[in-house]
Design a binder for this molecule. Sequence first.
Ligand SMILES: NC(=O)c1ccc[n+]([C@@H]2O[C@H](COP(=O)([O-])OP(=O)(O)OC[C@H]3O[C@@H](n4cnc5c(N)ncnc54)[C@H](O)[C@@H]3O)[C@@H](O)[C@H]2O)c1
Length: 329
Amino acid sequence: MKVLVTGGLGYIGSHTVVELLENGDEVIIIDNLVNSKLEVLEKIKKITGKNATFYQYDLCDYSKVSEVFEKERPDAVIHFAGLKAVGESVSKPLTYYENNLLSTINLLKCMAKYNVKKIVFSSSATVYGKPKTLPIREDASLHTTNPYGTTKLMIENILTDLYNSDSSFDITILRYFNPIGSHKSGLLGENPNGIPNNLMPYVVRVARGELPVLNIFGDDYPTIDGTGVRDYIHVLDLAHGHILALNNKIHGLKIYNLGTGKGTSVLELVKMFEKVNNVKVNYQIVKRRDGDIAECYASSDKAKNELGFTCKYTLEDMCLDSYNYHDAN
Ligand SMILES: NC(=O)c1ccc[n+]([C@@H]2O[C@H](COP(=O)([O-])OP(=O)(O)OC[C@H]3O[C@@H](n4cnc5c(N)ncnc54)[C@H](O)[C@@H]3O)[C@@H](O)[C@H]2O)c1
């Protein structure tokens, strides 16, 4: 299959591109490098021995997206591109709405124009807001608490309306839980610029002495040890979920959670990280952060039953691989 991967040099996109190339698929990447580096392309080649075709274009530029469709005529699209920092989305909502929505609308317009009907979209567990029941099933109520999450929900609605208008579209919405870990080669991983927003890159930097202390926001939640519980999933398992979604025999509009189905508290994760990497992570408990929820973990039954999705990697792997990537880089 010839697959157009938007945001293919980013964290999850690059791992998925590797798996596509290893499966013998042809890959076209559009990425404007707003949150990634060109060197990732070389690393992908180093791992796979294969080339992906790369366009350093902004998806918000319709003429550029159209040029790629005209030239490449892909069979399917995996749409990772987007801005993803929750805090930044609160301070720069217009930037988030413009980037995430306009890029998606341009992409979908080109898909309609060039008769490309298969798309896999990166959504997020953030669309569930504060879950009423756990584990969270795909039919749970949806509610967002920040502009980033709202862009994801709006795109889900756009995709649903598009499907309702033209049922020849084959649309898969994947709601990711908390991806961590990195490629086994140590070449690909998550290495955000500046102070990390996500827990794992922060833990790694504290362990390496690059940041003084990890703030754990609240130890008085009704959880196993009082700290927040999330569903961490290895990025390699997540990447594999996209391959399964592309090859799914069920046609139509489908929504799947991609998580392990298992909740892990912040303290459990920190302790595991310290144990497997034989390092110390300085942390301090500070007060709860506004908008945080106590627990969030997936029901992964639907993805298992319909996609055959299961997770291969454990929390140990996730902690080892995350540290290994930062050591190697
Ligand atoms: N990482 C997570 O924790 C997580 C969780 C849930 C959902 N998601 C979603 O998954 C997707 C991929 O996440 P990631 O962690 O790999 O993020 P990432 O920032 O590493 O990758 C996104 C890529 O998209 C590119 N991009 C952004 N806007 C673009 C535009 N207008 N034109 C072209 N390229 C553009 C960036 O340069 C980057 O390489 C995102 O849509 C994100 O919202 C991520």
